[in-house]
Design a protein around this ligand. Structure first.
Ligand code: MN
Length: 250
């Protein structure tokens, strides 16, 4: 099995190193990741300039672009053979609820999914790498499960799984749960500061607190020590509103 590994924190991140290492016993690992941290990059493609791919001494390829650029380039010309799966992460921090819209970690996996490749996004719930070994072991468990019992056969189409792993010892996890995305309140206000040159500058504020974090959501699972696994799709069409909008247009 050929495994394409990417992320949004950058090729130097402890999270992607742990993920690549965890995948080694499952197949041939190819790493193509951003040169710099692109957390919050969402599904952005760089169209205004060319991209370069460079390689470290141990064969890790890095791109001066976004997570989506990395997987896009890998799948459309960089790699001679199409990978069998794409894994993204392990992200430094959770990607749950509405945050998945902004996530570069999810975007890298989503790019694989768009090209018909089964894809997985892995994130650690609390920031900091205290139990990174737990997340790496969970990523291994999940990909191994797919190897032995393919989800593609079960669902007949490619899939995109968004996995969030509590930052705690492996033995203290309370199993894995299939979840739906919760909802957040709108984010906290922007931080305003004055720059050394006297201009007003802005830092994007913190994400809002959870609004829908009830049973069945990703938020609920991880609070209860479970690994949250949410199958995602891309179609944003609001099907229920189509009839009303059609009438409104007449
Ligand atoms: Mn990130």
């Amino acid at each position: 099995m050929r495994i394409l590994v990417s992320n949004d924190d950058g090729y130097f991140s402890p999270g992607i190193k742990a993920l690549a290492e965890a995948m080694k016993s499952l197949g041939d690992v190819i790493v193509v990741a951003p040169e710099q941290n692109h957390s919050g990059a969402s599904n952005s493609l760089t169209l205004s300039r060319p991209l370069s791919v460079r390689e470290t001494a141990d064969g890790v390829r890095y791109v001066n672009g976004t997570p989506t650029d990395c997987v896009h380039i890998a799948l459309t010309g960089l790699l001679e053979l199409k990978p069998d799966i794409v894994v993204s992460g392990i992200n430094d921090g959770q990607n749950m609820g509405d945050d998945t819209i902004y996530s570069g970690t999810v975007a890298a996996a989503m790019e694989g999914y768009l090209f018909g490749v089964p894809s997985f996004a892995f994130s650690m719930v609390q920031r900091g790498w205290e139990h990174l070994d737990t997340a790496a072991r969970v990523a291994h468990d999940i990909v191994e499960r797919h190897l032995h019992h393919s989800l593609v056969d079960a669902v007949k189409v490619p899939f995109l799984l968004n996995v969030n792993i509590p930052n705690r010892p492996y033995d203290e996890l309370q199993g894995m749960a299939c979840t739906r995305l919760g909802k957040r309140h709108q984010s906290e206000p922007v931080f305003k500061q004055e720059s050394p040159r006297g201009e007003t500058i802005y830092w994007i504020g913190h994400a809002g607190s959870a609004r829908d974090a009830g049973p069945g959501t990703d938020f609920h699972a991880v609070v209860n020590g479970q690994v949250s696994v949410t199958p995602l799709q891309i179609d944003l069409t609001h099907v229920e509103q189509m009839r009303k909008v059609s009438e409104w247009l007449r």
